[in-house]
Design a protein around this ligand. Structure first.
Ligand code: ATP
Ligand code: MG
Length: 393
């Protein structure tokens, strides 16, 4: 089947008045962005509280749908066949041909629903629905009408052309990115943080990211893995500015000066501080991590409190109540899982203690950090100064 247009449906809850325009305009921008890399010419526009994508000439249908499925804010994607307006007899034939091609097995119930925005059309919408329904029934003996719960709802819209569609491909839901500011994701090469970024972006929040590595203890491949993950997340969130921070000297210094069972917590506190530094520089409104209560020693309630202690921006932890398997399920669905499980070392795993504290006291941790006072400010400044910025498209 050759589809000429996509009709895009979006949820309307909570988007009244002026916000509605912002919402729609952001959605149009995100649809354009999503299709930028797809072969073909697309014209994206809004009309009568709907968004349309007209596809001019040849285009890759599968790829187009795949990209549209990643646009937050869309709840349904309807591929539309556009027919030239050549009189009703011709329309009947074409709609029957549409049904024939769309549905190999004709054993289902249906209903025709029509709208007529071209008021000069010789039939009203009731008559259009009724007469097209009749033509479909005549053509396919096994098909039945069900006006209340049809398996297939055949939509007809008469304008200068006639639009026919009956398929609704589920969209990603959520809110269009760009309608809710920006946040800084602490992105590691693990399974959790890409999912956390995806979930916050789903609510309309643009992303930046910070990744900490520890060369030469961590490899170039470990960094590439994070870049690859950022690219996967960016398919949903749009471009991500990724800050890559060399964390080696800070980690070695902590290792040198602080009790080893507190290493992970102190290191995590410095990660938060540095990420927050970049966040504030770029007007991000919060931090995002992939933490989940109790998953590891650094994610007990006490550890989370100790990590939180150094942040002034809100820290969003969208996976806080998720079990690992639930996180894995989302990771598989958004296609980050396979990349996440590639076995490359993370900076956190290199300097870990055998028995990390699981119930750190904030007071004790603060006191331990005082041992860093001699050099930590200059190391911090150096880490920030030498951070590499990678623009992920
Ligand atoms: P993930 O699967 O996201 O790596 P994790 O289960 O391995 O999470 P931790 O290593 O304790 O958990 O990290 C908790 C959170 O801290 C991560 O979800 C991520 O947001 C952040 N984080 C951890 N390591 C790094 C890193 N090297 N660079 C940036 N952020 C990191
Ligand atoms: Mg990790």
């Amino acid at each position: 089947m050759r589809f000429h247009t996509f009709l895009l449906k979006y949820g309307e809850i909570g988007i009244k008045g002026k916000n509605r325009y912002l919402f729609e305009d952001a959605l149009v921008r995100q649809v354009r962005r999503a299709l930028r890399e797809v072969e073909g010419e697309f014209c994206v526009y809004k009309k009568q509280a709907r968004i349309y994508v007209d596809c001019e000439g040849e285009y890759d249908y599968e790829e187009t749908v795949d990209k549209l499925k990643k646009v937050f804010g869309l709840v349904g994607i309807c591929p539309v066949v556009r027919l030239a307006e050549n009189g009703f007899e011709e329309l009947k034939k074409e709609v029957v041909a549409y049904m024939d091609e769309m549905y190999a097995d004709k054993n289902f119930t249906f209903k025709v629903e029509s709208r007529r925005s071209k008021k000069t059309y010789p039939k009203n919408s009731m008559e259009i629905s009724r007469d097209l329904g009749e033509a479909i029934l005549e053509a396919f003996p096994k098909i039945r009408v069900d006006v209340h719960h049809p398996d297939v709802l055949v939509n007809i819209e008469v304008r200068d052309e006639v639009y026919v569609y009956s398929q609704i491909i589920p969209g990603a839901g959520g809110m269009p990115v760009g309608t809710n500011g920006k946040a800084m994701l602490l992105l590691s090469g693990g399974i959790d943080s890409p999912v956390a970024g995806y979930m916050v972006a789903k609510r309309g929040v643009g992303l930046e990211a910070t990744y900490f590595h520890a060369p030469p203890y961590t490899s170039e491949r470990a960094k590439q893995k994070v870049v690859d993950l950022a690219k996967k997340v960016a398919q949903y969130s749009g471009p991500i500015k990724l800050h890559v921070v060399n964390f080696t000297d800070i980690q070695l210094y902590i290792y040198d000066r602080c009790p080893h069972d507190e290493l992970t917590i102190i290191m995590r506190r410095y990660m938060m501080r540095i990420a927050e530094h970049f966040a504030k520089e770029d007007a991000c409104l919060g931090l995002i991590t992939g933490e989940s209560i109790g998953q590891v020693a650094s994610q007990t309630m006490q550890s989370l409190a100790a990590t939180n202690d150094v942040c002034t921006l809100p820290v969003y932890r969208p996976l806080i109540g998720f079990d690992k398997q639930e996180i894995v399920d989302v990771a598989e669905r958004i296609d980050t899982y396979e990349t996440s499980i590639q076995p490359f070392e993370d900076c956190c795993t290199i300097f870990v203690a055998k028995h990390p504290v699981t119930k750190p006291s904030i007071e004790v941790i603060r006191r331990s950090e005082e041992r860093l006072s001699e050099k930590i400010d200059s190391l911090f400044a150096e880490a920030v100064r030498t951070a590499e910025v990678i623009e992920i498209k």
